[in-house]
Write a protein that binds this ligand. Structure first.
Ligand code: GLU
Length: 515
């Protein structure tokens, strides 16, 4: 087994492609496929290509291609070549390459490795009815309507008369196809199990199989890294490379393990996201159909680097304990050899853990730019310095960006609910005069910062024979409504003297009444 990422010899020019079909929103598994391709390319100084496989016009979804490009860019994976990204091997949209596919399909007919077939859908349905295991292949092709059973003149006549046709690959019988998969090792297929795949239809549209291998060849793809669901197609692909005499430059294959549901068995699906209320797509997508409307990792409040880090480890392991990797670190540590054969469970808590690590490591200045739209959506327009200080206080207390607001809204507006059961244990009405004195102390502090507030409170507690437990929980619940949150004096300093003192006073009145 060769692993290009582990060779020390200068690598040949690695060219990989991410080849999604714009048939809907790109699932997070697609982003992981793109990522592994990207990492290999970057590591080897190679080229990462985006190719849009839009030959299935019936399933084409407007906007899906733009979604793919935006999702890749959000994750920091800018294609070196692709539609809108330049490159010398374009066009990179398959719908713009129809003539190319037709040329190769005809070449295969000339060579006798493919043939025209004229069987109508009804005729094929009748065959399927008679035999549920019907497969258009060696066993039956000589009894059907095609270029192998009709004369050349009859074939030409049918085509000239405008009868619908397809071109099929002629799969030889009784052969074993060996594939050396970089992840799975040797995988074998028996040709007797394979059908004579349709390559091209009379409307000029190629099928996935033809377009995919023609493009991989012409775009000089060296490694095909894609989901496990494409492994069975690889047998036909090998036959196509052979049929076109391209075997010598056939790419190497690596089929990635599935991403599994967070709980239970089976592959992660769009429904899991809806059911569990978690994102399974990179970006949000709005559709007229509510079931097709999804929330993305971005809109849920994830940082792209955290998503990339999380996805990289979903199926690949560096073989060390290290968990936090920048994109550059990932590409230097990455190796196809260390991709697992078995499925990787989608653990959303782990995704949030990564996000938390990345939020904590982000500067207050940068966080403030991310948090501003969230705060503004609630009608507040704080000064930058205030917002940065807020982010600094909150960043160790959130896992996703909207939690800055949810857990820290009280820095922008009044506390909605005070934890009265928490305060009940601490608040004694007869102590109110003491708290009023403390408020007076606070109002007289010249520089209202955390250090001075702490010093003044310590002194006040010593003079009045109070313990921190008598004072601080009450202050905390008065300021934030809850026992959670940043340090009391940090909160007060950020709120500022006037707001903090007024808020405390107001809350004490409320406690007196409520308890
Ligand atoms: N168009 C296929 C897809 O949507 C590409 C599979 C491949 O990479 O060969 O995933």
């Amino acid at each position: 087994m060769t692993d290009p990422s582990n060779t020390t010899a200068p690598a040949k020019n690695i060219r990989v492609r991410f080849a999604p079909s714009p048939t809907g929103v790109l699932h997070i598994g697609g982003i992981r496929t793109a990522l592994y391709n990207y990492l290999l390319a970057k590591q080897q100084g190679g080229t990462f290509i985006l190719r849009i496989e839009d030959t299935d016009q019936g399933r084409y979804v407007p906007g899906a291609e733009a979604y793919i490009a935006e999702a890749l860019q959000w994750c920091g994976m800018i294609p070196d070549e692709g539609p809108g990204f330049g490159g010398e091997y374009g066009p990179y949209r398959q719908s713009e390459r129809k003539d190319i596919y037709r040329r190769y399909a005809l070449e295969m007919i000339e060579k006798g490795v493919a043939y025209y077939a004229f069987d109508t859908p009804e005729a094929l349905d009748a065959q399927r009815q008679a035999d549920p295991n019907f497969k258009y292949g060696a066993a039956v092709r000589m009894s059907l309507s095609n270029g192998l059973t009709l004369s050349k003149a009859a074939v030409d006549e049918k085509i000239a008369a405008g009868e619908p046709w397809v071109i099929r690959l002629k799969v030889e019988e009784n052969e074993t196809i060996h594939i050396q998969d970089l992840i799975r090792g040797e995988v074998n297929f028996q040709t007797s199990e394979l059908d004579d795949k349709v390559l091209l239809k009379s409307d000029g549209m190629p099928t996935y199989h033809l377009a995919n291998i023609v493009d991989d060849h012409l775009m000089k793809i060296t490694h095909v890294i894609r989901g496990e669901e494409w492994l069975p197609s690889t047998a036909h692909h090998v036959l196509l490379y052979r049929a076109l005499n391209w075997e010598a430059t056939m790419p190497q294959f690596a089929h990635l393990p599935l991403i599994m549901k967070p709980v239970g068995s089976g592959k992660l699906s769009k429904r899991d996201g809806a059911k569990l209320g978690i994102p399974v797509f990179p970006l949000s997508w709005k559709s007229d159909r509510p079931e097709d409307t999804v929330v993305g990792f971005r809109e849920y409040g994830f940082l792209p680097d955290a998503v990339v880090n999380f996805l990289a480890l979903l199926g690949w392991s560096p073989g060390t304990e290290q968990e936090i990797f920048s994109m550059a670190e990932l590409s230097s540590a990455f190796s196809i050899e260390k991709i697992s054969k078995s499925g990787a469970r989608f653990d959303f808590d782990k995704a949030k853990w990564f996000n938390q690590q990345y939020i904590m490591a982000t500067s207050d200045e940068t966080l403030a730019t991310m948090v501003r739209p969230i705060v503004e959506a609630h009608g507040h327009h704080p000064e930058t310095a205030f917002l940065e200080a807020f982010c600094g206080l909150m960043k160790e207390r959130v896992t996703v960006l909207p939690e800055f607001w949810e857990n820290g809204y009280y820095f922008f507006e009044e506390v909605r609910n005070h934890d009265l059961s928490g305060i009940a244990k601490k608040w004694k009405k007869e102590q109110r005069p003491v708290f009023d004195q403390l408020l007076k102390v606070f109002s007289e502090i010249p520089t209202f910062d955390a250090e001075n507030l702490k010093a003044a409170t310590d002194e006040f507690m010593a003079q009045n024979e109070l313990k921190p437990g008598d004072v601080l929980p009450a202050l905390r619940i008065a300021l934030a409504g809850t026992m959670k949150g940043p340090a009391v004096f940090d909160m007060m300093a950020l709120l500022g003297k006037t707001a903090a003192v007024a808020r405390l006073q107001h809350a004490f009145d409320h406690f007196d009444q409520a308890i």
